[in-house]
Ligand binder design. Structure first.
Ligand code: AMP
Length: 618
């Protein structure tokens, strides 16, 4: 007997949508969910009875807007008081509260108030993607490559790893989203020659640009940049704010005021959800026509909302966001020391690249060079992640790929004068190990505090503090004499370990940066893993119930057809009347069986299957 190895899957854990893919027998399969859709909304809802994930959550959002969470990725590894988060809270229909500086989603679930961390919500989405893959593959999945925005910082990456842990997944590697898109583009391209490819990845919540040098299945990231709070949702928010103002002017009502109660029991949350959905629809329509309408039936006070939206207006409202994407492209070109003519292909990924103005600006930047639409903007990231997952798990059915990524941000420590001393500059190839020596600044100093930062500013305070630790009992001496060696090691996932050593005594301290700011404490993660398992049990129970009902319904159809056929041949057969009685009785029971248990479905099934067998043997 030999072990059947379950393949590792690739998951694109997106802000708006998620997607899962796997390599089976050398072929990359982007897997459809239970609705037959290859992308699943990154949406989780809590109701009086159950938890819903994906389409089921999205479809009920307007009836349960306070308890339907989306955009959770935007809060991963973030602090509650971050300005970006505070600006968004006003426009989200759900509640975000603070817990020890971290943001938490506050919902009503089974008639109780409950707080969930962004990691837990992301874990629920990961669990869903895992389940979609397991249904397709037919066996349990353990290992996964999960993608993150290239510009995600250490805390955001750590938070994603925690989400994987909570979901019961072994994340074998994180992979940057534009790198995954580049793999999807370049995999199996038998060109032989080296190509410089710029990936422009503009999704629902994040924006990334990467320049890669690709030779067959050899991928090397040269430079990367981005904005982890820039995506399609920002465009939607601009539209929402614009129409909130229009409504204020026209109807003298502030629908963003979360305290308002209006007619028909509609509160602000529901109105905001409806308006946001209408804006998003209009925005999408504008990618294929110059005019569109924002339509929402009975938006508030029974008023049907209807407003024109042109491409020109959309561009005006979002022009700074659009320009920002081009500025970032320019920054990446500069970092990679390349000019526009050095780029052989411009590859688009992410749903927001469908916006015509974005394409026009990008094309204009590259002297009207044709943009490459070869990869699927919604599926390429999961596709590339699946190829990478297969490659690193030594799947013999695909060609191995060689992959080198870079650190997205400069990493360093705070030194005298509140200055950041860079140790690993951004765009350094990973994995990377760099050691730098520092000396003390005070006579007979007994210890040093090491504060680790990431970012590009000269002053430490303006960068992002990742963590801090102290090295005590260093050998007493005049300032400038004791030498402290500080080593930074960044692994392939972009996760940093820092060591400091007093060269005289050999005393050392080491920390994996567990960001004091963004990271969940270990005991919290353990608790969340246990809770996630409970959720999984409930989901499994629901799934079994659904399957039992489905089997009984299918059997009813078969038995009904069999009785009809046999009736045609044998009008006098009285036994058929009995069979018909059992069948109709089962159908009636099914109509009423909302609360039935799995056992009850099974026992009804057994009774009906006996009828079927008797008919077949007659
Ligand atoms: P992704 O994260 O790649 O799934 O992208 C999702 C984002 O793409 C959402 O903000 C969508 O509103 C946006 N999007 C999808 N299709 C279109 C379209 N046709 N035009 C404009 N934006 C779109």
């Amino acid at each position: 007997m030999s072990d059947v190895q379950t393949p590792a899957i690739g998951i694109d854990l997106g802000t708006t949508n998620s997607c899962v893919a796997v390599v089976l027998n050398g072929r990359v399969e982007v897997i459809a969910n239970e609705m037959g859709k290859r992308i699943t909304p990154s949406c989780v809802a809590f109701t009086e009875e159950e938890r819903l994930i994906g389409h089921a959550a999205k479809y009920q959002a307007i009836f349960n807007s306070k308890n339907t969470i989306f955009d959770a990725k935007r809060l991963m590894g973030m602090k509650y008081h971050d300005e970006n988060i505070q600006n968004r809270i006003r426009l989200w229909p759900f509640n975000v509260v603070e817990s020890s500086g971290h943001p938490r989603f506050r919902v009503q679930y089974k008639n109780e108030m409950k707080d969930f961390s962004p990691e837990e919500i992301s874990a629920m989405i990961l669990q869903k993607m895992k389940a979609i893959a397991e249904t397709y593959i037919g066996s349990p999945v353990k290992d996964a490559v999960v993608t993150v925005p290239a510009y995600f910082n250490d805390s955001q990456r750590q938070a994603t790893m925690d989400a994987g842990k909570i979901a019961g997944l072994n994340i074998v590697s994180l992979l940057n989203e534009p790198s995954a898109a580049a793999i999807a583009y370049g995999f199996n391209q038998k060109k032989g020659m080296r190509q410089n490819v710029l990936v422009f990845d503009f999704g629902g919540g994040t924006f990334d640009v990467a320049i890669l040098s690709i030779t067959e299945n050899d991928f090397e990231v040269i430079a990367t940049s981005g904005d982890t709070s820039l995506g399609g949702s920002d465009i939607d928010e601009r539209l929402v704010v614009h129409f909130i103002e229009e409504i204020k002017k026209k109807h003298n009502k502030d629908i963003s005021d979360k305290e308002i109660k209006v007619k028909n029991e509609e509160d602000s949350s529901k109105i905001l959800t409806k308006l946001r959905n209408a804006c998003e629809r209009a925005k999408r329509n504008l990618s294929s026509s110059t005019q569109s309408e924002v339509l929402s039936e009975s938006l508030f006070d029974g008023i049907d909302f209807r407003a024109n939206l042109s491409q020109t207006r959309l561009t005006k409202l979002c022009s700074d966001l659009f320009t920002k994407t081009i500025n970032i492209v320019e920054a990446v070109l500069e970092s990679s020391k390349m000019g526009v003519d050095d780029i052989d292909e411009i590859v688009l990924a992410g749903g927001s690249t469908r916006i015509p103005k974005i394409q026009e600006l990008l094309q204009g930047k590259f002297n009207n060079k044709k943009l490459n639409h070869k990869i699927h903007p919604d599926e390429a990231v999961a596709y590339g992640a699946a190829v990478y997952a297969a490659s690193i798990s030594s799947d013999k059915t695909i060609e191995n790929i060689k992959f080198v990524d870079v650190a997205p941000l400069t990493l360093g420590i705070n030194v005298l004068g509140n200055l950041m001393s860079p140790i690993i500059p951004r765009n350094t190839k990973l994995p990377a190990t760099v050691m730098k020596k520092y000396v003390t600044t005070v006579d007979y100093q007994s210890g040093v505090d090491i504060k680790v930062y990431e970012g590009e500013r000269l002053s430490s305070d303006e960068n992002n503090l990742l963590g801090e630790f102290s090295l005590e009992n260093i050998q007493p001496a005049k300032k400038g004499i004791p030498q402290i060696e500080v080593s930074f090691v960044v692994d392939m996932n972009g996760i940093l370990t820092v060591t400091a050593e007093d060269t005289a005594t050999g005393r050392n301290e080491e920390i994996v940066i567990r960001c004091n700011k963004g990271r969940l404490p270990k005991h919290e993660v353990e608790r969340m893993i246990t809770e996630a398992k409970e959720f999984q049990k409930e989901d499994d129970k629901k799934e079994k119930l659904r399957a039992a009902r489905h089997e009984l319904e299918t059997l009813c159809v078969e038995v009904k057809d069999l009785i009809s056929e046999q009736r045609d041949d044998d009008l006098e057969n009285l036994e058929l009347d009995n069979f018909w009685g059992v069948y109709t009785d089962t159908e009636e029971w099914l109509d009423e069986a909302e609360q039935a248990t799995e056992e009850e479905y099974r026992s009804r099934y057994d009774a009906l299957v006996e009828v079927k067998e008797r008919m077949v043997s007659n």
